[in-house]
Design a protein around this ligand. Structure first.
Ligand SMILES: *Cc1c(COP(=O)(O)O)cnc(C)c1O
Length: 498
């Protein structure tokens, strides 16, 4: 299996190269040259398997340059039972009728990013051994919350890696801040910066590309890499749970083998839903992929009209992990659905960076619309969805999941298409206790601090508080560094003891 670039398909690299390198030299994203095909028989054979074995079955088709032993080491380490609060790793839960929820937040940081970021460090260290032997990989992350913690937890004490995370001092929730500042591990460091997320992000990018810093690192046998979702190594683990939920749906008696399902995904950077598209193209019987957005509805507009336009107001919503106006992974979908037209993709992406917008042909958008539908929510409807699903079905969902549930309800109303459906749930409600409690109590929340809020949500709903969040209360704060964005590169050297 080889990988090529969305902007230059003459490029061919192995999986290990794609994962170690992260992004192609000319700025394109790595994509598989062809997709492995799974028959219904092969899919059915995965029903009795554990999540780890399902993962190995899917991943070995993509990581053909990994040995059986390497793949086993990676997957068994990433999805070890003690790291997840469900023995199924990613359980599927029936809410009512044909409405099912795939819970992707049972990992150590209680958000779906764990599904990929538990595996990525293993894939990266094995890949680096094959392509950059002996080097220590330094992961630099700028985060607005979920990615930083999930990456810290994933790379914690992984041999030959170090990870440094920068977050905006006033730009993350109290729970997210505590999750990061109490992080354990010998190879981790966290630093707040005076500035917002964009400041952190652009400073990290400039450190990445600073030749002088790179040279100093190389002298110490170190190299930078990135853990964000443009890396193929973060995308490929996500294909697995679509196969896994389909097997579970058969096992639960919700569908027959071969029967089609719909999939609904709360979307930001388009990584999660793109993994669903890959699963469909590999033969998994998915009919429609429904892309759910919050008030930042740039993707809804694109999927309805064919024009992508990021020149619009940015809204800070109660589903912050979906507050995004540039969905990087859409580039991969456009590449595949345009018949691998690398010239077109390079041209569209140039337009996006120069004008902030582009329009695709009618032909292309019609093709995309034959498998993708889209919708978005307002803030009020997120609250009322959380409340009604808790009141009616006893199912408590977080704000991001509620966006998807609401968009799905609207989809069924508009189309009448109510075949068995899986809705991705991307975070534990306890990660966003203030918003969820406020919705459940209909806006009548008393003044409480973060942990009182968690206790109150637990008392009000009778749902379990995830252990990793509950145990934060007693953890020691390890990282109190704050620096100005101009001083971030010095901070990198200091944290690496150079
Ligand atoms: C990152 C994230 C999303 C968005 O996922 P994409 O793959 O970027 O589309 C949705 N919900 C939560 C809770 C997240 O952390």
């Amino acid at each position: 299996m080889l990988y090529t670039s969305t902007r230059d398909k003459s490029i061919k690299v192995t999986a290990a190269q794609a994962i170690a390198q992260g992004i192609s030299e000319e700025g394109g994203l790595f994509v598989p040259v062809e997709l492995p095909q799974f028959s219904i028989e092969k899919i059915s054979s995965m029903i009795p398997m554990s999540y780890i074995d399902r993962a190995k079955t899917v991943l070995k088709e993509f990581l053909t340059d990994f040995t059986e032993e390497e793949l086993d080491y990676c997957v068994s380490g990433a999805y070890a039972a003690e790291k997840f609060s469900s023995p199924k790793i990613a359980p599927t839960v029936n809410v009512c009728g044909n409405k099912n929820i795939l819970e992707l937040w049972h990992g150590p940081t209680c958000a779906f990013k764990d599904m990929a970021l538990q595996l990525l460090p293993y894939l990266m260290t094995v890949s680096a051994k094959k392509t950059a032997d002996g080097k220590t990989i330094v992961i630099l992350v700028a985060t607005s919350g979920d990615t930083g913690k999930a990456a810290l937890e994933g790379f914690k004490d992984v041999e030959n890696t170090k990870i440094l995370v920068f977050y905006p001092v006033d730009g993350v929730s109290p729970m997210q801040k505590l999750q990061m500042t109490t992080q354990e591990g010998e190879n981790v460091a966290v630093c707040a910066i005076n500035g917002n997320f964009d400041d952190a992000q652009s400073a990290v990018k400039s450190i990445f590309t600073n030749a002088d810093i790179k040279a100093q690192l190389a002298e110490k046998n170190m190299m930078f890499s990135s853990a964000n979702s443009i890396n193929w190594g973060r995308l490929v683990p996500q294909i697995v749970y679509y196969f896994s939920t389909y097997c579970d749906m058969i096992d639960m008696g919700k569908i027959e083998a071969g029967e089609e399902i719909n999939v609904v995904v709360p979307t930001g950077n388009f990584g999660n839903i793109l993994a669903g598209y890959y699963a469909k193209q590999m033969g998994l019987p998915i009919k429609m992929l429904v892309c759910a957005s919050n008030n930042n509805n740039v993707l809804t507009d694109f999927l309805k009209t064919g024009t992508y336009d990021r020149n619009r107001d940015f809204f800070a919503t109660t589903s912050p992990s979906m507050d995004i106006l540039i969905s990087s992974n859409l580039e991969r979908l456009l590449y595949h659905m345009s018949g691998e037209d690398d010239k077109l993709i390079a041209d569209l992406m140039n337009k996006l960076s120069s004008d902030g917008k582009y329009t695709v042909s009618d032909d292309l958008i019609n093709k995309i619309q034959s498998i993708f539908d889209a919708g978005y929510t307002t803030e009020e409807s997120v609250d009322s969805t959380i409340k009604s699903h808790f009141d009616d079905y006893g199912y408590l969902c977080d704000t991001h999941t509620a966006v998807a549930v609401k968009v799905y309800d609207e989809y069924v109303k508009a189309t009448g298409d109510d075949i068995p459906t899986v809705i991705d749930s991307t975070a534990s409600p306890y990660k966003f206790s203030a918003s969820v409690l406020n919705a459940v109590l209909d806006g009548k929340t008393p003044e409480l601090d973060e942990f009182e809020m968690v206790d109150e949500l637990n008392k009000t709903t009778g749902t379990a508080v995830p252990k990793p969040l509950a145990s934060l209360k007693d953890k020691q704060v390890r990282f109190t560094n704050v620096c100005n964005k101009e001083d971030m590169s010095q901070m990198v050297f200091k944290l690496l003891n150079l």
